[in-house]
Every structure is written in C-alpha cells, then in structure tokens.
Design a protein around this ligand. Structure first.
Ligand code: NAD
Length: 338
C-alpha cells in the first residue's frame, strides 16, 4: 500500500540536483523567457532525466536558449520564438510545462488575469493538442482554477482528451505549507509533507494540516492563522515585489519538483505522489486537487481526500462555490470561442 501523504522520494531538488538515474525525456517550456520560465528552464537543464529541452516564448528565447546551452549538462537546449515556431517546439514533447501569461500586480486576484491568460493558454493548448496530443501538460499560468478546464476543453475539441495527462501545478502551495509548518515547529522542511487540496486561489487552497507528516498539532487560533498565511502566501510575495510581479523563483522550484516527480513516475519509479488540480470525481466539483499516485501514464490513481477533520470539511464546503464558478468560467470561455 502507498501512503497517500508520502513525500516524493527523489525529485532531485531537495537531495541535490543530480540523481544516479538517467533518462531521455523531451520537455518543452512555453513561456520560457519569463520570470518563472527562465529559472524553471535552468533547473530542468540541470536534470539528468531530460535529454531535450525546447524553450518557446513570444520574446527573448534565442538568448535564453543560447545562455542555457553552455551549461555542462546533457540536455540539448533549443529556442523557438513566435507562433510560427510553436509547432516545431512541441515536436516529440513528452512533457510540456506552461508558465506563459501575465502575473499579478498588488491588489489583483488571480481571476483578474483571466482575460489575458485564458486566450494565451487556449492558444498554447490548441498547439499541444495538434502537435503533441499524448504529452503530459503541466499548467502553471493563472488562474489555474480556470486554465485547467480551458486546456481540457481544447483537448476535447480536438478529440484527444486524456484527463490523466492534464495537470494544474499547485505544488507551490505544498512547498509553502511545508516551509511554514517546519518554521513553526522547528523541523527540517525537507522532511515535512502537508497535502494541499482544492484549487489554487485564496480560500480554495486547503492545506490538510491534520494529515501532515510528521504529525503536528496547533491550537485552533494558530491553525487558522497558519492556513490563512498559506492561502495568501502568493499575495505576500506580490506585495513584497511591489509591482514587479508574483512568485517566480519559488514557483520555478515547485514547477521543477512537479516535473521531476512526473518524469520519475513515467520512468517506472513506484510510489510517486504529488497533489495537482485535475479532472476529479472525489467531490461534487469536476476539477479538484488531491494527492495523486503518478505512473507511466500520468495519473495512476486518485488518492482522494482521505480522513479529514470537521474543520477541514468546512474549508472544503466553503471553497466549492468559488471553485465551481472558476471552472465554469474556463469551460464557457472555450465553448463561446468556436
Ligand atoms: N501555479 C502557480 O502556483 C503560480 C505561481 C506564480 C505565478 N503563476 C502564474 O504564472 C504565469 C507566469 O508568471 P511570470 O511571473 O513568469 O510572468 P512573466 O510576465 O515574467 O513571464 C511570462 C512569459 O510569458 C510569455 N508569454 C506571453 N504570452 C505568450 C504566448 N502567447 N506564448 C508564449 N509565451 C507567452 C511572456 O513573453 C513572458 O516571457 C502567470 O500567469 C502567473 O500568475 C502561477
């Protein structure tokens, strides 16, 4: 039996960047020149799991690719710029990571990004559905609660939809929860694992502190402050950056952690578990994040919510209406754009 809260064993970041295993994955990053795209591509370039790294953006990719290509690791880096080169960037891709789109400025919610990012994600998903329909698609672009339904609808339109291959990257919420719990309890953050379920915006971010390993306990008032901080941690960074964007470096780390877990699982490693916002039947919401057992074909098994406290049940109930609204908004965006 797999523990549903096991921490990914060797994602190659916490334990150093080189692992003994080598593989030959072809990975594409769409939005590779951005605040997230560049450090994410750097971390991916360092991985022995990747043989080809294709970097696509509407600007600056020749420079980013030339720069990264001088690093003494085996991944061959190629740069592609502008829509004409998008199909070529996706050729043979097994994993596509998408951090393309505008980030928040102070005072904005993730949903305020919808108007710009919905079209960007729809265009890029359309290209993926045409040129690498079998690839694992990892969406970082916000609002994730809407961009995953958008990607899913685009793949459905092309008749190539596989819900086990489409992931909303919520790993940063887990990374933050692990860090904040470790700080409060004086633990090594690398050994803490807090599953975070629901979605990726405000109160839809639901950390399951009751399922944390190692087991931790907080008085109710401290628990509520901790959960509030995890839910608003993105805004903490947006405010601190004062107009210069949102989380980029910690997001690059989180994105790389998710991709390495996925590649490990695709290479046959057993027991790899990550939370991600995916098509789901675990609640009344058609998309929901829960711990997932990953395998050669993406999602092997949804491990569900597990045993949660009555307080956590209330957090789930409180998130439903916002989550369903964001999902519907994404689905309708595609349905109304023939
Ligand atoms: N999932 C998460 O936890 C999480 C965390 C932080 C940020 N984000 C989101 O990630 C996205 C990117 O953030 P960032 O800080 O890197 O932004 P950024 O503005 O620094 O970079 C975005 C990049 O996307 C590129 N781009 C724009 N339109 C494109 C298109 N049509 N095709 C390809 N590339 C295109 C831009 O040229 C730019 O290089 C934002 O939507 C942000 O909200 C998600």
């Amino acid at each position: 039996m797999f523990s549903r809260i096991a921490r990914p064993a060797a994602h190659g970041l916490v334990r150093g960047l080189s692992t003994s295993s080598q593989a030959s994955a072809r990975v594409a990053v769409l939005g590779a020149s951005g605040g997230i795209g560049q450090p994410l591509s750097l971390l991916l370039k360092n991985s022995p799991l990747i043989s080809n790294l294709a970097l696509y953006d509407i600007a600056h990719t020749p420079g980013v690719a030339a720069d990264l290509s001088h690093i003494e690791t085996r991944a061959k880096v190629t740069g592609y710029m502008g829509p004409d080169q998008l199909p070529e960037s996706l050729k043979g891709a097994e994993v596509v990571v998408i951090p393309a789109g505008v980030p928040r400025k102070p005072g904005m919610t993730r949903d305020d990004l919808f108007n710009t990012n919905a079209s960007i994600v729809a265009t890029l998903s359309d290209a993926c559905a045409k040129h690498c329909p079998e690839a694992m698609i990892c969406i970082i672009s916000n609002p994730v609660n809407s961009t995953i339904p958008i990607t899913s609808e685009v793949f459905k339109k092309h008749g190539v939809y596989n819900p086990n291959h489409i992931f909303g990257v919520t790993t940063l919420d887990i990374v933050r929860a692990n860090t904040f719990v470790a700080e409060l309890k004086g633990l090594d953050p690398a050994r803490v694992n807090v599953p975070v379920i629901g979605g990726h915006a405000g109160k839809t971010i639901i950390p399951l502190i009751s399922q944390c390993t190692p087991k931790v306990e907080f008085p109710q008032n401290q628990l509520e402050v901790l959960i509030g901080r995890i839910q608003e941690a993105g805004t903490e960074v947006v405010k601190a950056k004062a107009g210069a964007g949102s989380a980029t470096l910690s997001m690059a780390y989180a994105g790389a952690r998710f991709v390495f877990s996925l590649l490990d699982a695709m290479n046959g490693k057993e027991g790899v578990i990550e939370c991600s916002f995916v098509r789901s039947e675990e609640t009344e919401c058609p998309y929901f994040s829960t711990p997932l057992l990953l395998g050669k074909n993406g999602i092997e098994k949804n491990l569900g919510l597990g045993k949660i406290t009555s307080f956590e049940e209330k957090l789930v109930a409180d998130a439903m209406s916002e989550l369903k609204g964001s999902i519907k908004k994404g689905e309708e965006f595609i349905k109304s754009h023939k």
